[in-house]
Design a binder for this molecule. Sequence first.
Ligand code: NAP
Length: 455
Amino acid sequence: MQKILDAILAGELGEVGRLPVPEFYRGVTLHADEAAMFDGLAGPDKDPRRSLHLDEVATPEPAAGEVLVAVMASGINHNTVWSSIFEPLPTFGFLSRYGRTSPQAARHDLPYHVLGSDLAGVVLRCGEGVAAWQPGDEVVAHCLSVELHHPDGHSDTMLDPEQRIWGFETNFGGLAELALVKANQLMPKPGHLTWEEAAASGLVNSTAYRQLVSRNGAGMKQGDIVLIWGASGGLGSYATQLALNGGATPVCVVSSPQKAEVCRRMGAELVIDRVAEGYRFWKDEHAQDPREWKRFGARIRELTGGEDPDIVFEHPGRDTFGASVYVARRGGTIVSCASTSGYQHTFDNRYLWMHLKRIVGTHFANYREAWEANRLIAKGRIHPTLSEVVPLEHTAQAVHDVHHNLHQGKVGVLCLAPAQGLGVTDPELRAKHEQAINRFRTASVASVASVVAAG
Ligand code: NAP
């Protein structure tokens, strides 16, 4: 591994394909025989630091259409939180179901699961039939894994019945020194970014792009008012930038003054601190409070000069969904990709049908959408929102902190990269955007680094 790393660090990328691939590598894993370890505990009490391991695992051979990547950096996504607490289901069920589909897929069905759905790194080996990439290419990966044996996925690959999220529903993910991906997951690494910055955007930027911009999602247009929940979080920090970049007006919802400040740093002017303003959309566990929806809607109108949101960018789910349906404008769109606070949503349907609103379900992105989202990063139109970077050894602590909403934007993970700040090949473009790239770095919330330091 060290020889591979030395060649990458020396910029001798042509050498990489000639060096032997190690038989084993280190990766962040879950163990199948521990899948019941949190049974009986409430979600917040399930501690990823108990379930996540850093193990030596066997290197898989790239099969037809697959690529083995030396991972320089990765990032924490919420799907690693879900995997690590075995919610809503242990991921081993996904692996065994995938394993039954073909001999190639059967390699994924193992008693351990290497997690992670983002990477920036260098192609080491290509399987048979890989035409677009070769050893030595500097790449990032998106996390859509498809088979495309059925007609359904051929207009939009997200509709493939065998659609999976790499590193969540498949094995050999990116929180590791090596990763196995399909060749059609790869995209060029933006040259102006470091390894850890480049790794930060793949999952959330692509998801936010489809959810907000694509015709498969809300199809945002210039002038739209976009209500963005969790606007300084993973998805929200990209949705806010995409709204601003596309001529829309984001109304950012966050839960602290520090998070409000980072939204303003991105250029958002309309920000609601949901904690400071004390919204209680649920009176108790069973009943929502429409007066609180109204108070929230009135606050949005106060900020926008009387307008309601054309689009509500939803992902908190149960806690906020009733309010989201209520505050969207007549004919507006509520676009949902998740249910962090619970997936049984209730809302007052009169506000949906009488006011001709639409609820759109969306999930990750197809290759084209991921490519367009990565292109915006490469052109310096959208920037990574990296707030913290931890070494691979501290992944479990970082996942714990994301689980408890202690982070902002994205938390990066150094895999093979020995330090932050490496991998930039276009310093001129970087110089133009340095400040924007670092917007989240100066955030002063309880940081992963300080939590790690505190032990
Ligand atoms: P994140 O970085 O943790 O950010 C989520 C933000 O949502 C938090 O910063 C928080 O912001 C806000 N939030 C959390 N609970 C809330 C609640 N009860 N009420 C209001 N706001 C709340 O996570 P993420 O990466 O943005 O992902 C968000 C969700 O989307 C996760 O469930 C994730 O699994 C899912 N997701 C789905 C896809 C897909 O393809 N379907 C892709 C990516 C992510 P404040 O506390 O500041 O308000």
